[in-house]
Design a protein around this ligand. Structure first.
Ligand code: DAT
Length: 179
């Protein structure tokens, strides 16, 4: 049964994009500046044991989406969360008030992922995803285009500008959604 939506005092935000585009770096600042709860889904899945068998081809564990969603449902119903994940299509559309998609220039992203220790197919696949704008397409096909915002995340200046923009949006949302 789909739970009834209830009025929330704080928004739920999704920050998505290819690994390495700067989601965690941005979310950390946003959580500090807004007091919203940063939910790093990869970390949560590890901590709560929502990872199933290991995918040898992609060299990563497979996520048990159903258990993850059940766990997140009451947290999201309360509002006030910044969800940080590289994929966006399996979350219920009703959870989010806004979706930010970070994007990074391919050569910049290549260097960031290489210095994180990515190599071979894993590195190439992530760069291809960024070239083909997979995260942006996934977000625009899963959520209303009105709430999907595309942001460049190549430089420190852009990181700061993006943070200021999102913090401003949170203030705006609070003003418009609280009596
Ligand atoms: P993600 O959470 O999307 O995987 P991250 O926040 O861990 O990415 O960032 C990856 C690396 O890139 C990290 O060393 C910080 C750096 N970085 C992130 N955003 C940046 C930006 N806009 N400009 C310069 N460096 C950035």
């Amino acid at each position: 049964m789909v739970p009834m939506p209830k009025k929330r005092a704080n928004p739920n935000i999704l920050v998505t994009g290819t690994p390495g585009v700067g989601k965690s770096t941005l979310c950390r600042t946003l959580a500090t500046e807004t007091g919203l709860n940063w939910l790093d889904v990869s970390k949560l899945a590890k901590e709560q044991n929502f990872l199933e068998e290991f995918d040898e081809e992609y060299k990563c564990p497979v996520l048990d989406e159903e258990r993850l969603l059940d766990y997140m449902e009451p947290i999201m119903a309360d509002g006030g969360n910044i969800v940080d994940y590289h994929s966006s299509e399996f979350f219920p559309e009703r959870w989010f008030d806004v979706v930010f998609v970070l994007r990074t220039n391919n050569t910049v992203l290549y260097d960031r992922l290489a210095s994180r220790g990515y190599s071979g197919k894993k590195l190439e696949d992530n760069i291809s995803c960024e070239i083909f704008q997979t995260a942006l397409e996934e977000a625009t096909s899963s959520y209303s285009p009105d709430i999907v915002v595309d942001m460049e995340s190549n430089t420190q200046q852009q990181l700061e500008d993006n943070a200021i923009c999102i913090i401003g949006w949170v203030h705006w949302w609070r003003l418009n959604n609280n009596d």
